[in-house]
Design a binder for this molecule. Structure first.
Ligand code: ADP
Ligand code: MG
Length: 260
């Protein structure tokens, strides 16, 4: 198997708090890799070091074998690491389809496109992506007027327009209702699998995690508690004790049965 992302002995401390303590993991091509753990476990800090928002104190991050440790976010993004944000990151005054066209223009570096004649540039591509994420009917509305769930779909469309090889999703469904959350994650998993995009994600809904992740890493207070397949992680006594608890295990079981 080919590794898209290799994280090796990563460490980050904030004052006296070691947020991420010698964490290592590998994301294989075309796979969904989840980092889970209680609040404050160090999940977001890991994402931010992979995405370049935070420089690590120690350790290495490699993308397709290339060392990207400590590069600025823009450079990492250019190398094919996409990101969906917890906070909606669309231009509210532009329409939905314009937002996605902008992403195509930026990705394909067509800067001269910023002239009125460019109104149709990548429009077909943008519409195709909007169709795929299920909001084509909202294309001509201003992003600022959309329902929250639809904004999340537009964000996914924008991330896809950048044709990433790795997508970072830090609680992509935060703030959504349960049903919407499950649907959006199922759709995301389907799309990334058909396009061969690798995903690093975190999500506090265990149903969602166990239904979609190929591999899980469990963190607690910065340290690795367990790593493996959903089955292996679910059966790990340490995980059951410190993290999942009885209800969590039941949810994991349900999610895996639904998947089988
Ligand atoms: P998670 O995403 O798993 O909830 P975080 O990575 O956000 O965890 O946080 C891990 C630990 O690092 C927590 O104790 C948190 O308070 C601390 N931390 C995170 N970011 C900062 C920061 N910018 N400054 C100080 N402490 C931080
Ligand atoms: Mg977090």
């Amino acid at each position: 198997m080919t590794a898209v992302l290799e994280v090796d002995d990563l460490r980050k401390a904030f004052g006296g708090v070691v947020a991420v303590d010698r964490v290592s993991f590998t994301v294989e091509a075309g796979k969904l890799f989840a980092i889970i753990g209680p609040n404050g476990a160090g999940k977001s800090t890991c994402f931010n070091m992979v995405g370049g928002q935070l420089p690590p104190d120690a350790g290495r991050v490699r993308l397709g074998g290339e060392d990207i440790t400590g590069l600025p976010p823009r450079r990492i993004w250019r190398l094919g690491v996409g990101r969906t944000f917890q906070v909606a990151a669309t231009f509210t005054a532009m329409t939905v389809v314009e937002n996605v066209q902008m992403a195509f223009i930026s990705h394909r570096r067509r800067l001269r496109a910023l002239i009125p004649a460019a109104r149709r540039l990548y429009r077909d591509e943008a519409m195709a992506v909007l169709e795929r994420v299920g909001v084509a009917d909202q294309a001509e509305r201003q992003c600022g007027l959309l329902a929250y769930g639809d904004i999340k779909r537009v964000e996914l469309a924008i991330a896809l327009a950048h044709e990433p090889r790795l997508l970072l999703m830090d609680e992509p469904t935060a703030g959504m209702a349960a049903r919407e959350r499950i649907d959006l994650m199922a759709l995301t998993a389907e799309i990334v699998r058909e396009r061969g995009i690798s995903v690093l994600f975190t999500e506090h809904d265990m149903d969602v995690v166990f239904a979609h992740a190929d591999t899980l890493l469990v963190l607690d207070r910065g340290r690795t508690v367990a790593t493996g397949t959903p089955q292996e992680v679910r059966e790990n006594p340490e995980v059951q004790r410190i993290y999942l608890g009885g209800a969590g295990v039941a949810a994991a079981q349900r999610a895996m049965e639904a998947r089988a």
